[in-house]
Design a protein around this ligand. Sequence first.
Ligand code: PHE
Length: 389
Amino acid sequence: MSKKWLTLVALALVVTMVAVLAGCGGGSAPAKSATIKVGANFEMTGGQATFGQSSVNAVKLLFKQINAAGGVNGKKLELVVADNKSEPAEAANAMTKLLTQDKVVAVVGPVTSSDVLAASPIAMDKKVPVVSNSATNPKVTVENGKVKDFVFRACFLDPFQGTVAANFAAKSLKAKTAAVYVDMSSDYAKGLAQFFEEAFTKAGGKIVAKEAYQQKDTDFRAALTKIKAANPEVIFNPGYYQEVGMFVKQARELGITVPLMGGDGWDSPKLAEIAGAKALENTFFVNHYAADSKDPDTIKFVEAYKKEYGQTPDALAALAWDAALMVVEGIKKAGPDDSVKIKDAIAQTKNLKGVTGTINLNANHDPVKSAVIIALKDGKMVFKETVNP
Ligand code: PHE
């Protein structure tokens, strides 16, 4: 081979190598994307669909505002929504999709405790932080005494919520006896019922009846007839709006006139549609925030949300805004590429002013926040009182 010939071959080789290198963009290292991808694992369809829909609305609005102001560290936020269909198994599937296919750096959601409990092991495994806006069961963040290092929440917990409900029943409603009616397919409902019972008994009350149902049940009359026979002064049903709406309607049809109470799972515009405004008179539930709050940040949020969507934001929307803020603050501190660093930054969340209060995470990844009691009047949710921890 001539020398000239050899030089030509060498040159061709170099050209090919450069082309190959350029083509695969630096080998197998994760490609730095132009946007910051954040996942939303939410109940967009199914029995808890209004929860997921309001949550996603709020996060979209927050990202829209942040992007309009230039994004985070010069990059735009991109929300990738996965529907968990209000089913724990689907919540796990949605998480797998977000983490392996979409490669999001953090996830907001799901809403319900059972959905978070089913989906979070995948996030733990893939080392990507998850911030639930609203899952209130203690096990969401701590199980068997161990803090789940990639799991966080933006809301108070059910031991507090159950105590608030029980004290309201015992002190404000002056009930001495209560019945408890529990959705046994929900980790949230089972826990909250237990915390209510403990606190109500401690406040001097007596549980006179206890009945169970399952999600997707539609006929509550047999259990309600038994509860009526026990003559309780209040009935506590810590379920979700779909079943609760029918429970309230059927209770009133059966001539049960005592106050009916529940927890945050009652918060849906569908509740009044299903139960009817009249049946909802004399009912109360515990919630995370009241849209008619006088806090300037809350007012700003409520106005922006109303302008965007033509409706008043419920607690899920407000909490999702705050959960997404926790993620955004984490990304600001840790940079957009390393989910483990983002997790560490989220764990440090302190004095973060949200629309549902100020978030200070404790060592269990839980904020300590106040609750509100909501009463239903003419089918509308009316703020009654705030209860501090
Ligand atoms: N706390 C509920 C749960 O853990 C979810 C929820 C929160 C629903 C707030 C409505 C409003 O399952």
